[in-house]
Design a protein around this ligand. Structure first.
Ligand code: MD6
Ligand code: FE
Length: 211
């Protein structure tokens, strides 16, 4: 960088990082085992769209002091599970270590766990429910490959599609922190990591402002 402002039309936007194969197979398996041990089968919930109440095709869970939830009243962070009222399990130490390595201070407060079976997708959105929007988001892909789409800061602009494989890490930092992004589809049968097939995506976020 030469210090001049980044061109807002650049795709992917400035600060976007894709680290293919960042986690090797052993690290992926260890991470997935730890997450699946914390998220019991009846712990998954199906969020619904604000206003319409339409269900997401992705099932979700959260780890950490704050969890992202969505229902007919809107999107928000909650310290407890929407169905059970119980606190979310803690973020595993190996994920906190990965965050320290790639992001640094302050600590993440939410690990959103997205579970895609064949046919699930996620529409273009921005992650803007956090007060700490200056802190990067770290995302880890496990299991089947996915077609990830990233655009700019405005809805309706050009977008770029890329394939995310198991073990890939994506960082939304800098300009890209508030870029539109989504999952067009997963590519079933491309990994045997997730029992029964599918893709699990972990996104680590800082939610509240820090000192
Ligand atoms: C997914 N990811 O990969 C959806 N959000 O399944 C996201 O929505 C996302 O990858 C913020 C930062 C990175 C991401
Ligand atoms: Fe997102």
């Amino acid at each position: 960088m030469d210090g001049s402002a980044a061109d807002p039309r650049t795709l992917p936007p400035e600060g976007f990082r894709h680290l293919p194969g960042f986690l090797d197979r052993a690290a992926q398996a260890a991470l997935l085992a730890e997450v699946l041990a914390l998220v019991e089968p009846d712990f998954w919930f199906t969020p619904t769209m604000p206003r319409t109440g339409r269900p997401f095709s992705v099932r979700m869970a959260n780890l950490g002091p704050l969890g992202w939830v969505s229902d007919v009243t809107g999107y928000r962070y909650s310290p407890v599970h929407p169905r059970t009222g119980r606190p979310w399990p803690p973020i595993p130490e190996r994920l906190l270590a990965l965050w320290r390595e790639l992001v640094g201070a302050p600590e993440p407060e939410c690990c959103l766990v997205n579970f895609y079976r064949a046919g699930a997708r996620m529409g273009l959105h921005r992650d803007e429910d956090e007060a700490a929007r200056d802190v990067p988001i770290l995302s880890i892909s496990l299991g089947d490959a996915a077609i990830f789409r990233v655009g700019g800061l405005a809805r309706g602009g050009r977008t770029l599609a890329m394939r995310l494989e198991s073990g890939d890490v994506v960082l939304l930092a800098g300009e890209s922190r508030l870029a539109y992004h989504g999952i067009d589809r997963i590519v079933p049968g491309t990994s045997d990591l997730v029992p029964g097939g599918g893709r699990i995506n972990l996104t680590l976020r800082r939610v509240t402002r820090h000192a």
